[in-house]
Design a binder for this molecule. Structure first.
Ligand code: S3P
Length: 449
């Protein structure tokens, strides 16, 4: 098990850093390239373990993939009718996105697949995706959820469809905003006999919609309603090239580090700027740490650019509603900013954090308290009482297997009064394999053991 040691910053963080490829866009690029007819090219792929799980699953489904090991992945897509029955269980590892999106694809196949995952994934709620897929005729079974009797969890057995049958049309109002559920339903809709109409209370990240539109699918999105008409021809998705943008969710760690370490200036290069994902930039603004954003262009409908943050005297704020949906994965690192802000910060409408890779409300509250920061926990959020002056108390933290919790503890360690140790830091490779090297390149003093 890896251990990360972080020493307090004795100098400012300075410089420009590259990012791992956007995890959400990388998953979708792999999936759509496999379903395209012909050879697609993904550049800038960064081998986070979650994305590698999706890549290996397509190999197991008979898709030819050439990977140069340096970020260029070429995929011989087999069209909408070209996947082959796997001879082994499909391992999603720690990746909820892999499991839920693949459910949508595999529910439409004439063969049976078994989707498995690690201990965390085997406790995550899957009923939210299984229910509406069953409504359109999918055959999926799962295990009873260990704590929520009305829910299901992994392993899941998906398919086969009854011989000669297709998935039916679907109109579904999602009770919670979730890009994973929405995307699973849209992907299953590519194979269906009629339209898919999905509605969500607030618009979650729209990468799937942007990519499907850019690839010529008949899709409309108005407010929280997305409609997709299935293509008539299994070869309808043409091959494509995408230069993957960097992950704003990963950028948030060095950017928040810059905000709290005095005299720092940090730029993240080629950063994904999709507005349904960029809530953290508005959260930084609300704290008074004004990010400077320089847009550079788009790849397959996804905007990107450079983001620069300078250290600032941050003040407490409130994060709720639409802003919380647009920054859901960044709430833990926003809580780190709150720990250094003057006054209190209230995070509400974030009950979903309790069913991520860990219960992120409980774990973050524990981490912040270990560093001497006062936190009030609520069922759907938490309040952080900022500690803006003087150092925090150095802590020894167990990651709980959650990559974002481990990285938050590392950033807190930069403003602590001694060495911080994070046990179980291996999980950082889930999304940001070069995290420690990236902070070190900016001038932080940390090492992996
Ligand atoms: C993701 C959607 C979000 C997010 C996750 C990635 C995606 O999950 O938290 O890290 O790529 O679709 P939900 O759809 O459960 O909100």
């Amino acid at each position: 098990m890896q251990r990360l040691r972080v020493r307090p910053a004795t100098r400012p963080l300075r410089g420009g850093v590259p990012l791992p490829s956007d995890k959400s866009i990388s998953h979708r690029s792999l999936i759509l390239a496999a379903l395209a007819s012909g050879r697609s090219k993904l550049s800038g792929f960064s081998y986070g373990e979650d994305n590698v799980s999706t890549l290996e699953i397509f190999r197991a489904l008979g898709i030819g993939i050439d990977d140069d090991g340096a970020g260029v992945v070429e995929i011989d897509g087999a069209g909408l009718d070209g996947l082959r029955a796997p001879c082994k269980p499909l391992d999603c590892g720690n990746s909820g996105t892999t499991m839920r999106l693949m459910c949508g694809v595999l529910a439409a196949q004439s063969f049976r697949s078994r989707l498995v995952g690690d201990g965390s994934l085997t406790r995550r709620p899957m009923g939210r995706v299984v229910g509406p897929l069953r409504d359109r005729g999918a055959r999926i079974t799962g295990e009873p959820h260990p704590t929520k009797p009305s829910d299901l969890t992994a392993p899941l057995v998906v398919g086969p469809l009854v011989e000669g049958r297709r998935l039916g049309p679907l109109e579904y109002a999602m009770p919670i905003s979730s890009a994973q559920v929405k995307s699973a339903l849209l992907l299953s809709g590519l194979f269906a006999s009629g339209p898919t109409v999905v509605q969500e209370p607030l618009v979650s990240r729209d990468h799937t919609e942007r990519m499907l539109s850019a690839l010529g699918m008949q899709l409309t999105a108005v407010g929280g309603t997305v409609s997709l008409h299935p293509p008539a021809d299994p070869g309808a998705i043409g091959p494509f090239a995408i230069d993957l943008p960097g992950d704003l969710s990963a950028a948030a760690f060095p950017l928040v580090a810059a905000a709290i370490v005095p005299d720092s200036v940090v730029t993240t290069r080629r950063t994904g700027l999709n507005p349904t994902r960029s809530g953290i930039l508005d959260v930084l603004r609300a704290f008074g740490a004004n990010p400077h954003v320089e847009p550079h262009g788009e790849s397959l409908g996804e905007p990107h650019g450079e983001v620069t943050v300078r250290s600032a005297a941050v003040r407490g704020t409130a994060v709720a509603g639409e802003l919380a949906v647009r920054s859901i994965d960044e709430i833990p690192i926003a809580a780190v900013l709150a720990a250094r802000a003057s006054g209190r910060t209230e995070f509400s409408d974030v009950a979903e954090l309790r069913v991520k890779e860990s219960d992120r409300i409980a774990l973050m509250a524990g981490v912040l308290r270990a560093f001497g920061v006062e936190v009030d926990e609520r069922p759907d959020g938490f309040v952080v009482h900022g500690h803006p002056t003087g150092s925090l108390r150095a802590a020894r933290i167990a990651s709980g297997g959650d990559h974002r919790i481990a990285m938050c503890a590392a950033v807190l360690g930069l403003v602590a009064d001694g060495e911080t140790i994070i046990d179980g830091a291996d999980c950082i490779a889930t999304s940001f394999p070069r995290f420690a090297a990236t902070l070190a390149a900016l001038g932080a003093d940390l090492e992996v053991e």
